[in-house]
Design a protein around this ligand. Structure first.
Ligand SMILES: *Cc1c(COP(=O)(O)O)cnc(C)c1O
Length: 388
């Protein structure tokens, strides 16, 4: 039988329709050590497309921690956490995260996607209400869908809109869920105001620090820590600024115990490989230290420099961040500009629907602590030429 049967034609029309809309996706092939430079589809470029904000993915001591752990614990955890896969590396990292986050307890998940699905489904049922920012990540949206809780979307960052919904809400429990630093827009959730709102209405605040962890807060604990807000449910990931893989939720002991007992994306999956956990722990150790402060300082210098140079494209932002969207609108234009930038040695990935709302395709620039001022000047010049 040939590998490509009649039945494979089934999918062709749908693919063609995706292509006609300018939304066909493919995976660029990346080569070499992660860092400020990237080789993508054979072209060398300065990398402005990863989430490796502090360059931990290529950090030597994090790599050493991973190799040492592999020699000590082996490659895989061999079973799920509740069966036989709960190793000393898991316990150590979770205790470390709880202390770092100032929480009673923490538990790790295989990924941020799994964490958001697991947390939301474990804590809610159809008697509950989830209030979700309209630009929350797909993993939060999917968690809401799977939870069977009533979900209401409030306008992006709009505390008053959330309040209007809360004033009329009668539910067993209410959750307000938001990212801290928004993944595709780089703006910040009004966590202080959301915290007060939740206090006023007895609601639970859940904050996803996927893009805040490592980068914000006095020891890289995230934006909530920077603003002195203490959400009941604090989720963050280990694969972005921390450069490894996985995610965590930190909170009270009963909260974390309930998640361990009920989150199906935690229970019914093989535990993460111990070397991943030991590496993540070393990455947290670095971002929580003086070295981490220097990295955050460098990243921040780069944020300010880039924003100054590309002001004609993005205007003056009240609070610039390490994620910089350059709005183009049309999907095909966005991808074409991304390609021209790559040819000139700057990798800025285009982001299209459904990752962002229809008609709001953009280039999404991400900064790293290890970018040099020259890297940033080059990127700014090319962007002004190509997208200006
Ligand atoms: C990336 C991301 C996730 C998912 O985390 P992974 O570890 O990559 O699965 C969740 N929430 C937000 C806001 C993200 O940007």
């Amino acid at each position: 039988m040939s590998a490509r049967s009649e039945k494979s034609l089934e999918w062709v029309d749908e693919l063609l329709a995706i292509g006609r809309a300018g939304l066909l996706r493919s995976m660029p092939v990346v080569d070499g050590m992660p860092g400020r430079m990237i080789r993508v589809n054979g072209v060398d470029a300065i990398n402005f497309s990863g989430n490796n904000y502090l360059d931990m993915a290529g950090n030597k001591s994090v790599m050493a921690a991973m190799s040492e752990a592999a020699l000590k614990y082996g490659n895989g955890a061999t079973a799920s956490r509740l069966i036989a896969g709960n190793t000393e590396a898991h316990r150590e990292l979770e205790e470390y995260i709880a202390v770092w986050k100032g929480a009673e307890k923490a538990v790790v998940f295989g990924s941020g996607y799994q964490a958001n699905m697991g947390i939301l489904t474990a804590l809610t049922n159809d008697e509950d209400l989830i209030l979700s920012d309209e630009l929350n990540h797909a993993s939060i949206i999917d968690g809401c869908r799977l939870s069977r809780a009533k979900t209401r979307i409030y306008q992006h960052l709009d505390v008053d809109a959330a309040k209007k919904i809360l004033e009329k809400a009668k539910y067993r429990r209410i959750f307000v869920v938001t990212e801290s630093v928004f993944s595709m827009d780089g703006d910040f959730a009004p966590l202080v105001e959301l915290g007060k709102l939740c206090e006023e209405f007895g609601a639970f605040l859940m904050v996803d620090e996927a893009h805040g962890a490592g980068v914000k807060g006095p020891e890289g604990q995230g934006l909530a820590a920077e603003l002195n807000v203490c959400p009941e449910i604090q989720m963050g990931t280990l694969g972005k600024a921390l450069g490894v893989a996985g995610a965590y939720v930190a909170g009270s002991e009963p909260l974390v115990k309930l998640i361990i007992n009920k989150a199906r994306s935690f229970i019914y999956t093989t535990a993460q490989p111990p070397p991943i956990l030991s590496a993540a722990m070393e990455a947290i150790r670095i971002v929580a230290s003086d070295k981490g402060c220097q990295l955050r300082q460098k990243l921040n210098d780069n944020v300010l420099l880039l924003n100054k140079l590309i002001r004609p494209l993005v205007g003056t932002l009240a609070a610039p961040s390490h994620i910089v969207p350059i709005h183009i609108g049309d999907s095909m234009d966005t991808m074409r500009i991304s390609q021209s930038c790559l040819k000139k040695g700057v990798f800025v990935q285009g982001i299209r629907y459904p990752s962002v709302p229809e008609g709001s395709a953009r280039l999404r620039l991400t900064l790293m602590s290890s970018h040099t001022p020259d890297d940033i000047r080059k990127a700014a010049n090319i962007l002004l030429e190509e997208a200006g």
